[in-house]
Design a protein around this ligand. Structure first.
Ligand SMILES: Cc1cc2nc3c(=O)[nH]c(=O)nc-3n(C[C@H](O)[C@H](O)[C@H](O)COP(=O)(O)OP(=O)(O)OC[C@H]3O[C@@H](n4cnc5c(N)ncnc54)[C@H](O)[C@@H]3O)c2cc1C
Length: 324
């Protein structure tokens, strides 16, 4: 049975989030023969730019332009979606901070099935959509059967689907702003507080040497710094390293840290939580060093090295220095 499939697009400063084109690929794994519609909310010229950008990957783009949608307020957008989505709609959204805020409540309002943090879509059999999620920090994969007869709200993990770059959808932008009714909410936007800049900008670096809890001690960060220097790279880290105040927040990769797009990413003693990998975009070449052969990071890595990083990294640094 084919319903209608929608993707909620997040954007910033007139640019669609990377997840916009990933959701198009994910949607294609559910209904390959049904037109996909992107929903873009916001205000002004930035909104038009985003609509035109995603039109290459969606058959239709529904644009909702309103001052109260300038900043993404999940409560207001939930009200809007409840009003405009057809009854059996399947809505995809990124499993990021905003998607997690928007989607569970939306599924309840729509009386539609909900699945969070989807890492793969196996396909649709009748009304049953089979998806794969990860639990226990990625240690196990769970296969979930969702009955989508009443529609569905699905949070898709950023970075797991290849972005749709066919650019061939030739989508039509339809201004649906006249359908906006009541957007008043209990929650009010106050201000955006930009994160502190820090002494390096890890978002601009091609090669990152990233340390996780496996580095074991603040004094050991030095070996990562020596490797980074030998490679012409910069040191970044996972959140526990920032929580321990071993490195500054500006170096944290992840959903509550920075989104980075390096060409090469060395993950030293990082387990590979979705919150960490959520900050890794652009399909870098990942080299993971971890002493646990079952660490989830190895599922993402191009090269996996099962070693104690405290032994391995100094040797690697020495070899690179010799090679120079
Ligand atoms: C709302 C929220 C937001 C979050 N945001 C972020 C975020 O932005 N970024 C982020 O990183 N995390 C974030 N987290 C935390 C996240 O869930 C994980 O806890 C965190 O990413 C784990 O960091 P880690 O991989 O360094 O540590 P661990 O998960 O503890 O992994 C350490 C790894 O090191 C390996 N290891 C240990 N010793 C050695 C050794 N000597 N040699 C080699 N390997 C070794 C272990 O086998 C293990 O795999 C967030 C969590 C929440 C709830």
């Amino acid at each position: 049975m084919a319903g209608q499939i929608f993707a909620y697009i997040t954007h910033k400063a007139g640019k669609a989030d990377d997840s916009a084109l990933e959701l198009a690929t994910a949607a294609g794994k559910i209904y390959s023969d049904v037109s996909m519609t992107a929903i873009v909310t916001g205000a002004g010229a930035d909104l038009d730019a985003v609509c035109n950008e995603v039109a290459n990957s969606y058959k239709e783009v529904w644009k909702f332009d309103h001052d109260l949608l300038t900043y993404p307020n999940a409560e207001a957008i939930r009200k809007l979606l409840v009003a405009v989505l057809p009854q059996d709609a399947v809505l995809l959204a990124a499993h990021d901070t905003f998607g997690m805020d928007l989607c569970p409540g939306l599924s309840i309002k729509l009386d539609a099935v909900f699945a969070a943090d989807i890492v793969d879509i196996e396909g649709l059999e009748g009304n049953i959509l089979n998806v794969i999620r990860q639990e226990y920090s990625g240690q196990v994969s769970t296969h979930v059967a969702c009955d989508i007869a009443n529609g569905a709200v699905l949070n898709v993990r950023p970075g797991v689907f290849q972005p749709d770059e066919s650019g061939s959808a030739g989508g039509q932008v339809i201004d649906k702003s006249s359908e906006i009714t009541d957007l008043t909410t209990g929650r009010r936007f106050l201000e955006i507080v930009e994160a502190e800049a820090g002494d390096v900008d890890i978002t601009k670096e091609d090669v990152l040497v990233s340390v996780g809890r496996g580095i074991e001690d603040q004094d050991n960060i030095e070996i990562a710094e020596e490797l980074a220097e030998a490679m012409g790279a910069v040191v970044s880290c996972s959140r526990p390293i920032v929580d321990a105040k071993w490195l500054e927040k500006a170096r944290q990769v992840g959903t509550s840290g920075k989104t980075v797009k390096p060409k090469v990413y060395l993950a030293l003693g990082i387990s590979g939580s979705f919150q960490h990998l959520g900050g890794l975009k652009g399909k870098p070449f990942i080299v993971a060093v971890n002493k646990n052969p079952k660490a989830p990071i190895f599922q993402m890595a191009d090269v996996g090295i099962v070693e104690d990083l405290l032994d391995f990294v100094p040797v690697l640094t020495e070899k690179i220095q010799e090679g120079k």
